[in-house]
Design a protein around this ligand. Structure first.
Ligand code: NAD
Ligand code: TYD
Length: 353
């Protein structure tokens, strides 16, 4: 048996592929365009493993996807491929429209054609799992209940709007054509192989480099944080037992203000890799201009996936963030490789002022 994964060289996708192959004999065909966010080094431990077939390609390339589906006959497709960074979507939304909307549409079309041609048992067993975000629900007031699967979609950024559009397409392909889809809407992930444009790895990287730790606005914005390995186990569980056509919110029951997250990372670095000066990394915190249209609060009610599929996160924030800081301290070569070239241009553009 084989599954086809898209975006499997990115942060969550590569963690998913590694965990999948560690726990299953099933092959993985991994299609990734290798944008700035895709990094084959994340998968270097799979070198020589014939169960991992990597193909550089675009989910919007209908011919390529049709060929791979016909050749490998996967029993499921798991779609991670996306442009994923809110700040980049503010500077340049076009790529987000192209990959997240047009790309998902073309992928759905290719998958629908393949699935329609499967024999009875294969058609029934097939699944298309779409990995999405809690950001499609928009921003919560401080006292509002956490997002459930029945919250209205109210996306506020070009990123979340493009993900919302892709979720709607996935839903429509089930409703109209009967394609057996599953959708997961997850909160902010953190852990190994997280590209250092996002808050937690950026702060670790900047702290160690003696650079400013930029806090947007007052730093009181709230996110729910989930350790990436827990997200991967949730996706495996939904793939295995999720109700066809259903959506599942995935979260860590772990709301944190940005400033508290940054302070905690600084404390861990103070303990594990103290500054030569003897002062805390927190002294590098700098308040910078807020993100335009910044969503104030996200919170996930992950009750449905727990009740129906028995999934709960295993990691606490204290244990997950410690592992994460330790991973970055132990993998400075990975960080050095991904923060060369295009990364530097982005940092100059985003934080110049
Ligand atoms: P990422 O940016 O780290 O990785 C995205 C991967 O997709 C990269 O390897 C990139 O090369 C690839 N890619 C981009 N465009 C492509 C295309 N057109 N065709 C094929 N491959 C393409 O993103 P991530 O953080 O790993 O997120 C993975 C998925 O999870 C995304 O769909 C994202 O919306 C969703 N998600 C992420 C988070 C989070 O906190 N990171 C939270 C919830 C949901
Ligand atoms: P990010 O990691 O970009 O994820 P998302 O925007 O998808 O939630 O940002 C997490 C939070 O951290 C978000 O509220 C924006 C804030 N943030 C900063 O304060 N400074 C930064 O340099 C970055 C990248 C993010």
């Amino acid at each position: 048996m084989t599954i086809l994964v898209t975006g499997g060289a990115g942060f969550i996708g590569s963690n998913f592929v590694l965990d999948w192959l560690a726990g299953s004999g099933e092959w993985v065909v991994n299609v990734d365009k290798l944008t700035y966010a895709g990094n084959l080094q994340n998968l270097s431990s799979l070198a020589g493993d014939e169960r991992h077939v990597f193909v550089r390609g675009d989910i919007a390339d209908s011919d390529l996807i049709a060929r791979l589906l016909a050749e490998h006959q996967p029993r499921a497709v798991v779609n991670f491929a996306a442009e994923s960074h809110v700040d980049r979507s503010i500077h340049g939304p076009e790529d987000f429209i192209q990959t997240n909307i047009v790309g998902t549409f073309r992928l759905l079309e290719a998958v629908r054609a393949y699935w329609s041609g499967l024999a009875n048992h294969g058609r029934e067993a097939f699944r298309f799992l779409h990995v999405s975000t809690d950001e499609v629900y928009g921003s919560l007031a401080a006292d509002a209940p956490a997002f459930t699967e029945s919250n209205r979609y109210k996306p506020n950024s070009p990123y979340s709007a493009s993900k919302a559009a892709s979720d709607h397409l996935v839903r429509a392909y089930h409703h109209t054509y009967g394609l057996p889809v599953l959708t997961t809407n997850c909160s902010n992930n953190y852990g190994p192989f997280h590209f250092p444009e996002k808050l937690i790895p950026l702060v670790i990287h900047n702290a160690l480099a003696g650079k400013a730790l930029p806090i947007y606005g007052d730093g009181q914005q709230i996110r729910d944080w989930l350790y990436v390995k827990d997200h991967c186990s949730a996706i495996r569980r939904v793939l295995e037992a999720g109700a066809v056509g259903a959506t599942y919110n995935v979260g860590g029951w772990n709301e944190q203000a940005n400033l508290d997250v940054v302070r905690l990372v600084c404390e861990l670095l103070d303990e594990l890799n103290p500054r030569h000066e003897g002062t805390s990394y927190a002294s590098q915190i700098v308040y910078v201009a807020d993100r335009p249209g910044h969503d104030h609060r996200y919170a996930i009610d992950a009750g449905k996936i727990e009740r129906e599929l028995g999934w709960r996160p295993q990691e606490t924030f204290a244990s997950g963030i410690r592992k994460t800081v330790q991973w970055y301290l132990g993998n400075q070569e990975w960080v050095a490789n991904v923060t060369s070239g295009a990364y530097r241009d982005w940092i100059v553009q985003q934080y110049a002022s």
